[in-house]
Structure formats: C-alpha cells, structure tokens
Design a protein around this ligand. Structure first.
Ligand SMILES: Nc1ncnc2c1ncn2[C@@H]1O[C@H](COP(=O)(O)OP(=O)(O)OP(=O)(O)O)[C@@H](O)[C@H]1O
Length: 296
C-alpha cells in the first residue's frame, strides 16, 4: 500500500510553546482523512508542516515521498486551503482562475470553470463581495484546479450552512473519486467527517491520541456498562479510554481487539462522534500511553 503521509516524531515549538509533539503517523494514499481535536490541539500546525509552510523544530515529515518544503515540484503536487480561505478581495473569480492557470503548470481550466458554473457563481463577481461560504468554495476550486495528489483543508466547512456543507463535501468526494487524491480535512463537525472520512487522526494536547481506519476504530472501541466498580476493574483484556460512575453502575469506553463476551457487562457500539468525545474527555493518563496503533 502506498503511503501518502509519514511523520516521525514530528515536533513544532513556537518559542517555549509546543504546538505539536512527537507526532508519528502513517497514512495510506487515496484516503479521506478526518483531523479532529479541541481548539489549540495542533491541527493547523500539522497541516502547515505537511504543506511545507512551516519547518519542524525536530522530527521528519514525508509527503508523497518528498520533503514538504523541498521546492516547486513538491508544492505543485499539494493543494492547501488555509483556515481563513484566503482570496484576493479586489480580484474577480475569473481573475482568480487566470492566476491559478498562471501559477500552476498542471492547472485544469475545465475543472475549475465547470465548478464555478455548477456553484452558480458569477465569474465577474469580485471575491470581496462573496459570502464566507462562497469564498470557501472559491478557495477549494483553486486548490482543486491544481489537480493535486494531496489536498490539505483546514476547517473548510466552518463558515458554511448545512446545505452548503453538504454541497462542499459532495464536490470534494467527486474530486476524490475522479482524481484518486488523498485528502486531509480538519473539522470540529464530526458528523460531517463520519459521512466522508475513511481514516481518522485525533490530536489533543499536541499529541496524536488515536489514528487509524474509521471502520477498525469503530470495531475496536465499545461502551461497556455494569455494576459499579473501580477503574482498574474494566473488562479483562481491554484498555480504558474513559470511565464514568453513578452510585450503582460503571460505564467504560474501552479499546479491545477482541469482543467483550463477559455477561456481567452490557456492550454497546460507539459512533464516531462518541469515540472522538471519549478521547477528548479521556481519563487523565500520559498521552503517549493512549496512542492506538490499529493494525491494517
Ligand atoms: N504562530 C504562532 N505563535 C505562537 N504560538 C502559536 C502559533 N500558532 C499556533 N500557536 C499555538 O500552538 C498551539 C496549536 O495551535 P494550532 O493553531 O495548530 O491548533 P488547532 O488545533 O488548529 O486549533 P483550532 O481548532 O483552534 O484552529 C496553540 O497553543 C496555539 O496557541
């Protein structure tokens, strides 16, 4: 299986503040990857390191087999849409597409123009007069027009209404199906990610807490409920992500590679949002201990 992104102990510090700490990832090509985590977890920092816009303090990142900031050839293979979906307010949509053609050797004018038409945008409209959602769509069109092998999107749907989000994600999935690109998409909207992502990376407190194929993550995490008992009496062979107790019962979110069959426990599956929330509110332990390596 070809690897699209590999990071090894990738670390970024801003002065004394560590934004990303010893991040180790291995993401196969062709995946749509959801990057989630609380505010300040390091998501934008990771995306900017992968795009070659930041240099790591230590550790390495390999993107499509190359170093992210190795030069124009590498940059041509990667599309990046920053969190504030930057566009030039004084330029029209048509000007943006011309600029895209001028700056990118692999520019696909047909793809970009068809997308603008499908979105119902007026090519003569200045970007400064577009709504936040329309600007996000324009920024995505510019990134797609490059025909990148890897598309990095930093919270692209944050400013979109539910219908526009659906259209945006639909357009993204079409692009992935047509071009076979890898996409990394950060978002706080886990239900959206559940619809489109096949791989999840969860960052919290600058560390990777969990990374793996969504199907395998869901298959290896459960919520188990039984009579009240101490934290260390979760079902044998499981590791506890999160525990909660009432007077009479204990509930654990556990990770386990084998099913919990003990009749003392009621076992329920988790959806992706519950899994993400469990890791974001996990019991306090050393973050390194919780990194889940899910076998492929
Ligand atoms: N240029 C910078 N200078 C100093 N500290 C920074 C800088 N950029 C980010 N940080 C810090 O690094 C940490 C990670 O920030 P980052 O923007 O990567 O998080 P994030 O997960 O993208 O957050 P959000 O969900 O709020 O966008 C935060 O503590 C942030 O304050």
């Amino acid at each position: 299986m070809t690897t699209a992104i590999r990071t090894d102990a990738l670390t970024k510090r801003y002065g004394r503040r560590t934004a990303l700490d010893a991040c180790t990832l291995d993401i196969p090509a062709g995946r749509v990857v959801g990057l989630v985590g609380p505010n300040g977890a390091g998501k934008s920092t990771l995306l900017q390191l992968l795009a070659g816009l930041l240099e790591p303090t230590s550790g390495t990142a390999t993107v499509l087999g190359g170093r992210p900031s190795s030069g124009p050839e590498q940059l041509a293979r990667v599309g990046f849409v920053a969190q504030d979906t930057p566009t030039y307010s004084g330029l029209t949509i048509r000007d943006h597409l011309r600029l895209g053609a001028h700056l990118n050797a692999r520019w696909d004018a047909g793809l970009a123009e068809a997308r603008v038409a499908r979105l119902g945008l007026d090519p003569d409209q200045k970007a400064g007069r577009l709504s936040g959602g329309q600007r996000a769509q324009l920024a995505l069109t510019l990134a797609m027009g490059k025909r990148p092998e890897l598309l990095l999107l930093d919270e692209p749907v944050a400013s979109l209404d539910p219908l526009a989000r659906r259209e945006f994600l639909g357009g993204l999935m079409e692009f992935v199906a047509e071009q076979g690109a890898t996409v990394v998409l950060s978002s706080h909207l886990v239900t959206d990610l559940e619809r489109v992502c096949d791989h999840l990376v969860l960052l919290a407190a600058s560390h990777v807490q969990v990374s793996g194929e969504v199907d395998e993550l869901l298959a290896t995490h459960q919520r188990v409920t039984g009579r009240r008992r101490p934290h260390d009496e979760a079902p044998a062979g499981t590791s506890v992500v999160r525990s909660g107790h009432t007077d009479r019962q204990s509930t654990f979110v556990v990770r386990s590679s084998v099913p919990v069959l003990d009749p003392e426990w009621a076992v329920e599956p988790l959806d992706l949002e519950e899994l993400v929330l469990a890791y974001m509110t996990q019991d306090v332990v050393d973050a390194h201990d919780l990194t889940v390596e899910v076998s492929r």
